[in-house]
Design a protein around this ligand. Sequence first.
Ligand code: GTP
Ligand code: MG
Length: 425
Amino acid sequence: MSSAFHIHIGGAGVMIGDMLWKLYEKEHNETTQKNYIYQEVDGNHHPQTLFADLDDRMIYEVQRNKQIKFKKNSFLNGKEDTSSVYSKGAYTNGKEIVDEGLDFIRKQVETMDRLDQFIITTSISGGTGSGFSSLLMRRLNVDYGHKIKTNGFILFPSSDMSNSVLEIYNAMFSIKMTQEFFHSIIMFDNQSMYNVIDQQLDLDYLDYSHLNNVIAQIISSYTGLKRFNNISNSKLFQNMCPYPNLHYFIPSYGKMSSINDYIKKNQNQAQFIKYLTQKSIKLYQCPNNPQHLSTTLLLRQQEENPFYGKFDLTLQNLEHFYNQSPRVFQCTSSNYQVLSELASMKQTGIFFSNDASIVYRFRQFGQKFDQIYAKRAFVWTYVTEGLEEWEFSEGRESLAQLQDEYNQIITGSDYPNGSNLNHQQ
Ligand SMILES: Nc1nc2c(ncn2[C@@H]2O[C@H](COP(=O)(O)OP(=O)(O)OP(=O)(O)O)[C@@H](O)[C@H]2O)c(=O)[nH]1
Ligand SMILES: [Mg+2]
């Protein structure tokens, strides 16, 4: 029996983790493979996880929930957050607690059956989410190397929201970590999620809990393949990477409904797929058209739906590089909700795309960075906390290299229609 270990880092990462474990708790009775994420001691199930933050406020929020039997060594905090400075997370403040964190992970992992993956949630705009994640992931990589898959569900800076200078720097320093220490990255940004949720739900207000709920639902369906159905998910993302470095995925999720609007009618499957694959519900939005290198559809409902195995023309008609058909996974379980104003749907789906159109966002992100770095704004803030100045260009070069790799595929001879694509570079 394989197992997964969850690591939630920084304020946003910890709150996403909080939502996720609440959801797992709701799903507990239906979960057949409990050891995948829990350790069982005397009939109690203890989450195999680490919540790590440099201050204790969010951690304290998680600990308030006494229903879930977290272990003591699932919580790691320092004395003070980073005030949004990567280098405090990666060097000064982070250094004080990283060994303890690794020890907490090791002790838990030792009790697990056969660890096959780490699942990480974090926001790389934050100083802890970027800096401490980079430090911890580098150290984990030394200890666990390439034996264990590392899958990140990661918040990137939004494109239009007024990102602070520090958020842009933090995210730029993190690109290298996403390249070197992760096998797959599922990308989100708050603004895209706001848009998609607002489009699907008619709620009076939206806050972080709604955004975190969406990410939690996606992770839950992904681990649900194993937890409910004992289907291995460990190659799901790996099989979507034509090249190992191109491991960035855009998810779409639907449908959501508030309890008040819930209409109990079956959705037509073809329309449902069409809905899920439309551009406007991506949780990391790019203005240009999708350029799918590979895609996977993950559906969740109580009974397996044979329709998707036999007749997935809507999917096959999606334009793909390499003429590959999308793969379809079915997670058979109810769709639980933690937020009481949301309805538990009969069916939900996630459409994951390894979508080369993200180069647009990478380019935009690089330009923002260049503008602020040209003025050398706040460089001193990072340097006084142990960062070497060459790391600014190292981060930028990692991004440029990644852009190049995607560009080569889009314009390369690999794809006969490459030159006709609506690619903006
Ligand atoms: N989706 C979502 N975003 C959040 C949440 N909390 C904060 N954010 C956003 O995530 C970014 C990083 O914030 P945090 O995660 O709080 O920062 P951190 O990693 O703890 O880093 P420091 O506190 O600066 O040391 C900011 O842009 C916030 O707006 C959350 O619960 N959910
Ligand atoms: Mg914080």
